[in-house]
Design a protein around this ligand. Structure first.
Ligand code: NAP
Length: 545
């Protein structure tokens, strides 16, 4: 790379030219790399992490594992899956890192990846139709296309709790876990937050801690993970179905290999409804969420029934009825399934252990953190470790965290400050030749990650190829396409119960933020159909020149 000796930006003539610069070395960014490189483009990926693998570099806390089954949690290319073997149906971060190493070795991705480097800013050069992109290492790179694949979890959200910084013990956020790990043995541990990260962290802490306190603001509507160990024979058997599974990733609602049920709740007898709930419960994982009655997410009666079934299952596992009532209250804390549901293995059972305590933050709020622990209104919790599973600044922490200047003088962050505006969740007007995959107004929140990374990614790759084939240099989304897409995003979310829950899907987890639909919740097939319809009409909704 070209840098001056004092680390400042190099002279213009020292700038390197790329066809495509990609940010993020997770599934989405690496998919872009492998596809575009094969098409003969000069491509480089940048990532702030020290290893490839995206989120799995940062989320390396004990218990961190994926919520999709392993056939879905890999690239769909047969040359990549035929020899790769995960040993668990829901692999842990350690194994996913090994998977990325395997893919890297097979395709030599690393030669086009620059790690430990943050992209700080990008400015569109109108004369040359190129992005001029600067890194935190002082390098400047020119690229015709700029593709941002930073995911939704690149910026951890740390709540403002008085005195949090004064804590003298160890403290870590699940999304920025120290690479060297944290030893939980015989420690007094607090976990704040009961989303997917908090549940997984608490389960692990319960095995080793002297005392674990789970600080719950909203109960975790977690579903049973149903882990399975996979030997070689099981892998071989599963792989017979891989071609079919890979196809379903682009045609099912959320990019999984199962779908909502075709039958309606209203056509079933009460016995059939219960039997259906029981069946999807036994299947576990997201089946009781995305493989159940479709009406669950739109109809209050069905939603209530699904919640009651879940609640009964949780209560049956707990010895103390008061704790059970706090973990799974009679009145549902949010509509069932209206934010991505966590998966648990022994989360509820662990509250039967003597070393595990539930601190209900609504009944007894946290007042402050002191060097020695957490003071609530009624109690002082003396602690060695505080673990934060408090989520992420899902969308504003990603794409707009880079200082991106388009053609009208505004930064992308300024352009989006009154609400997100995108054409098909992939580009914004005034920011030509810039695409984002797995970003705002795409189905990222509800979808399986690799499925969307590949299917939305395919559209971006095809578009860049189209531009080259037609000898075009600039593609810019139109404000009309943005208005059309915003309407679509709203139309699919407003009749559903999702829009009535304050969650990170609507920016509701960041205090003071106006709620808006950050994601397209109409499902992958509708999303992809819209994107490809535009492509078929020579990229309707974009100006090409
Ligand atoms: P999350 O779902 O946003 O959960 C954050 C938790 O922190 C919530 O329980 C929230 O409570 C709590 N919280 C936030 N601010 C708080 C405050 N000031 N005081 C007390 N509690 C507070 O975040 P996440 O668990 O990291 O998950 C985010 C997404 O990442 C998931 O939906 C999933 O897509 C992905 N993920 C997946 C896995 C997996 O299983 N593979 C694991 C981790 C993450 P409220 O609900 O009351 O706001």
């Amino acid at each position: 790379m070209n840098t001056t000796s004092n680390g400042t930006a190099p002279k213009v003539d020292a700038v390197e030219d790329l066809d495509v610069l990609i940010v993020g070395a997770g599934f989405a960014g690496l998919y872009q790399l492998m596809q575009l490189r094969d098409l003969g483009f000069k491509v480089r990926v940048y990532d702030n992490a020290a290893q490839i693998g995206g989120i799995w570099y940062w989320n390396c806390y004990p218990g961190a594992r994926v919520d999709s089954t392993c056939p879905l949690y890999q690239f769909s290319r047969e040359d990549l899956w035929k020899d790769w073997e995960y040993t668990e149906l829901f692999p842990a971060w350690t194994e996913i890192r090994e998977y990325f190493k395997y893919v890297d070795k097979k395709l030599d991705l690393s030669k086009d990846v620059q790690l430990s480097t943050r992209i700080e800013s990008a400015m569109f050069d109108q004369d040359k139709n190129q992005w001029v992109i600067k890194t935190d290492k002082g390098d400047t790179v020119r690229a015709r296309y700029f593709v941002i694949c930073t995911g939704f979890a690149s910026k951890p959200y740390i709540p403002e709790i008085e005195g949090l910084d004064s804590f003298a013990g160890q403290m870590a956020h699940a999304g920025r876990w120290p690479q060297e790990g944290i030893d939980f043995t015989d420690k007094r541990i607090a976990v704040i937050g009961t989303g997917s990260s908090g549940v997984q962290l608490a389960e692990q802490a319960s095995l080793k801690a002297k005392h674990l306190t789970v600080f719950q603001r909203t109960p975790a509507l977690a579903l049973p993970l149903r882990q399975v160990k996979l030997d070689k024979e099981a892998q071989k058997e599963m792989k017979k179905d891989y071609p079919e599974i890979m196809k379903l990733r682009g045609t099912s609602f959320a990019g999984f290999d199962y779908e909502f049920l075709a039958k309606s709740w209203y056509d079933c007898t009460p016995e059939e409804r219960q039997a259906t709930f029981e069946k999807v419960w036994q299947e576990g994982a997201f089946h009781p969420w995305l493989g159940t009655f479709r009406e669950t997410l739109v109809d209050e009666e069905v939603n209530e029934a699904a919640y009651v079934f879940w609640r009964d299952k949780v209560h049956a596992r707990l010895k103390n009825p008061e704790v059970a009532e706090k973990l799974a209250p009679a009145e549902k804390p949010i509509f069932y399934g209206t934010k991505r549901m966590g998966l648990e293995q022994w989360y509820f059972d662990m509250f039967n252990q003597d070393n595990v305590e539930l601190a209900d933050m609504k009944a007894d709020p946290v007042v402050r953190v002191t060097p020695k622990g957490i003071q609530t209104k009624n109690k002082f919790h003396e602690l060695d470790i505080i673990l934060l599973g408090t989520g992420f600044d899902a969308v504003t922490g990603g794409v707009p965290s880079i200082d991106i200047h388009g053609i009208e003088g505004k930064t992308l962050a300024q352009y989006w400050s009154q609400g997100f505006r995108t054409a098909y969740g992939t580009a914004s007007a005034g920011f030509p030749n810039l695409f984002f995959v797995y970003g705002p107004q795409s189905p990222a929140a509800v979808a399986n990650g690799p499925s969307l990374a590949e299917h939305q990614g395919k559209w971006v790759v095809a578009c860049i190829k189209y531009m080259r084939d037609k000898k075009l240099n600039r593609i810019n989304a139109t404000p009309e396409a943005e208005a059309y897409w915003l309407e679509k995003v709203k139309t699919v979310s407003s009749p559903s119960l999702l829009s009535r829950t304050r969650s990170w899907w609507f920016g509701g987890n960041i205090p003071g933020r106006e709620l808006e639909s950050l994601y397209f919740v109409g499902g992958m097939p509708m999303f992809l159909e819209e994107c490809w319809n535009s492509a078929k009409k020579d990229y309707e909704g974009f100006r090409l020149s």
